[in-house]
Design a protein around this ligand. Sequence first.
Ligand code: GTP
Ligand code: SPV
Ligand code: MN
Length: 589
Amino acid sequence: MAPTQNKAVLSWIDEMAAKARPASIVWIDGSEAQLNALRRQAVDEGILIQLNQEKLPGCYLHRTDPHDVARVEDRTFICCRHKENAGPTNNWMNPQEMYDKLYALFDGTMEGRTMYVIPYSMGIVGSPFAKYGIELTDSIYVVLNMTIMTRVGRQVLDALGDSGDYIKGLHSYGTLDNENKYIAHFPEDNTIISINSNYGGNVLLGKKCFALRIASYLGQQEGWMAEHMLILGIENPQGEVRYLSAAFPSACGKTNLAMLIPPEGYRKAGWKVWCVGDDIAWLRVGPDGRLWAVNPEYGFFGVAPGTNAKSNFNALESTKKNTIFTNVAYNPADGTVWWDGLSKGDDIPETLIDWNGLEWHRGDEKKPAHPNSRFTAPAKNCPCLSPEFDNPQGVPISAIIFGGRRAKTAPLVYQSRSWEHGVFVGSTMASETTAAAAGAVGVVRRDPMAMLPFCGYHMADYWQHWLDMGKKIAHQPKIFNVNWFRLDDEGNFIWPGFGDNLRVLEWIMKRCFDEVDAQETPIGYEPNPEDINLEGLDVTVDTLKELLRVDPELWRQEVAGIKEFYAKFGDKLPEELKHQLSILEENLK
Ligand code: GTP
Ligand code: SPV
Ligand code: MN
């Protein structure tokens, strides 16, 4: 029997079931008993491999189809009625045409399978800022991941009551046919439909599809913001906690920054870092005129390669129980997992089963884990999870940070001169592409606010929304840009990164509270080199100066690149951004 009387919900499920024709329908109630039965079934069916339950209790490994390993941006669509509302950066299809195409693909797609009904909440159930969703799926992998990544179960249906205000999500892994893979969003209908994938962001519909693409559209309509941002609290030795949020493109360091371990000198002095979220922030103006952030998620879907006890201790700790690993390598000697960078030298296991299920030997050229292999871990596992994680009010944001991977142009850190200038800086972000999305890796592309693949409407309208929000925030956060990825001429990272990024965050926080000076450059304010604490670090002041250097020639090329990018947006480009571009151009003369 259905655990709800909600007519809107029940009739939609009937309608979808009539198309997909599952053999049975199972409601997910979020109970351990039900999840345990599903885990057992997944192991029996070869969907999951149970890992060593002493070393990794509650942990499992999943291998996807080798062609289904990342988000597929070219198969992702925004289906609003008017094409111009999707803008030049989204794939668009007429909604009716897309529904027809998808429902044809869904015809009988769940025959012989079970359709699971997952009621979930983005945000704290019952809080005025939470939004609910229901995902229908034939994938146990999706069910088990969704119960980690979101708040799932009966309490969501209770909170929804008989309201029709929820996001409809329909997913089938179908036949995994690449040619007919679709991740389709219908922002005007609160609907998401995904078929022929069974990987992460394509199918965990609460995450990028709902909490960013649909939510960004809702935010524009309702006066708030859904952003691709981590949320972090920094506690100084006086015990004061100040919060920031940061938008970096996929695989550019959000999860790492969100749970960083302070360098030793900082730790001894009493600095602490608290993780509120590692990927998505929902932001609204509070009654006090500040910008407040909540993390709508409940877990981390983190990049495995590069994660180790030194680079990200807290993330690694988070994966020690109740975690699902996707496309990492399996260590048959002890039933654990491995990925590149987890250990070095003789500590690398001699023999592994790689992410394709093939034997791998230490020293083999091929990497045993996929570069976009991931862990799905409960946020509650994180040793530095903020005490405010479950606070429905969220946390007040003092700084917004943009950043990406730039080998040369962008300095280690600079501050924008105003909210409007900060929006300009965000809108012109560029970064080298990574394995998080299918396609070429290492190509520089514009990725405004790290939202290029995630904005559910016209990007220029989105920039206007940022400008409009600025007017509503009495106490605006200051806006910064960082780049941890500057390279020397041999191609090595100059800045040590990871925990040492706190040295930069300290300066950023001091700027927000008027505790430190800065110097003007053509692109914004930069630290006086002596104001970045280099104690205990193998970085000289000269190296720091190099990291902060703004090369006018490179920046003139940057201006040309921005102009070309902005030209795509025609009349819709906000005047304020054109103005900011002309200031930058003038400053570089
Ligand atoms: P998504 O989950 O895809 O959105 O990625 P993310 O932004 O959370 O990136 P994540 O923190 O997982 O880092 C991605 C990769 O960048 C990993 O291989 C990290 O080891 C590496 N990385 C993160 N921070 C730094 C840094 O400060 N310096 C350097 N050099 N690499 C970093
Ligand atoms: C990203 O690509 O930004 C991710 C992974 O966080 S996914 O959920 O697949 O989008
Ligand atoms: Mn991440």
